[in-house]
Design a binder for this molecule. Structure first.
Ligand code: ZN
Length: 273
């Protein structure tokens, strides 16, 4: 066998984010012999982020230690409605409501589902089923560890890896659907993030998103609050027309938006090749 022939790793699915060759599993790490680069497996979670986040130039990554600590309270009943009602207004869907919308968007899907910025698997775990195998990625190791702990207890078919949305450790056209819940507004460049999601999706695969938009509810209905959020927290609150434009520019079609207060849920499909 020539030395550059891909060898299946135990998980059989992760590729090198740089050269996209299948990684080989060796002694608790995933190795790319082409680049060459090693990606550690920490507590069963492959880690594709090699830089020390607390020293990152990206402020979102520097905040990770705080977000890591929030992992255990992230899904509590108190936290979720406060944030949703504050930002999105009293018309905002509940956690169960968002899960229900996401489930409906991908109900006909059978196969692999990618959960972008999955946190502790808040949405992915509730959508995973014998016909839907979910692969979650997030940049917070604390959130991912919490997800592994939940799925171990629940026996949910969901896998976790630490990776940024801009460099996914998956081959092209792998996924039958992608979820992106509560994070699209946080990515530094929306089109780059969407473009990378499109890369790993099959043609006609469904993208199902929950994010915020300039709607009629919560504090996000105020233009000044949206401007302040963007300046202060890098929170990108979308206009519907802007979202449709970003989707078309990154390889998606059939934008189907629903606005409840300032909470935007939508589905779209990857354009055919
Ligand atoms: Zn490589």
């Amino acid at each position: 066998m020539p030395p550059d022939t891909p060898v299946a790793n135990e998980l059989g699915i992760y590729v090198c984010p740089e050269c996209k060759r299948l990684l080989r599993q060796e002694y608790g790490l995933l190795r790319c012999s082409t680049c060459p680069k090693d990606y550690a497996i920490k507590d069963g979670i492959p880690d594709f982020i090699l830089e020390e986040l607390s020293e990152s130039v990206d402020p979102e990554l520097r905040r990770m230690r705080f977000i890591d600590r929030m992992a255990s309270i992230y899904e509590t009943r108190l936290w979720y409605p406060i944030v949703m009602n504050l930002y999105g207004g009293f018309q905002s869907p509940s956690l169960a409501g968002v899960v229900s919308i996401m489930s409906q968007n991908i109900q006909s899907v059978k196969g692999r589902v990618l959960d972008i910025a999955c946190g502790p698997g808040t949405y992915g775990r509730r959508i995973a089923s014998p016909s839907k195998e979910v692969f979650g990625i997030d940049i917070s190791m604390g959130m991912l560890r919490q997800g592994v702990s939940y799925t171990a207890k629940e026996g949910t078919p969901m896998h976790f890896a630490r990776a940024p949305v801009e460099a996914l450790p998956f081959q092209d056209r792998l996924f039958d659907a992608t979820l992106c819940c509560g994070s699209l507004h946080l990515f530094a460049d929306t089109v780059i993030a969407l473009h990378e999601m499109a890369r790993v999706m099959k043609p006609e695969a469904i993208l199902s998103v929950f994010t915020f938009a300039a709607g009629r509810g919560g504090i996000l209905k105020f233009h000044r609050v949206r401007e302040w959020s963007r300046r202060k927290h890098g929170l990108h609150v979308f206009e519907l027309s802007e979202m449709e434009h970003y989707l078309a520019a990154s390889g998606f079609k059939d934008f189907q938006p629903k606005l409840a207060g300032s909470v935007l849920t939508f589905s779209a499909r990857k354009q055919a090749a």
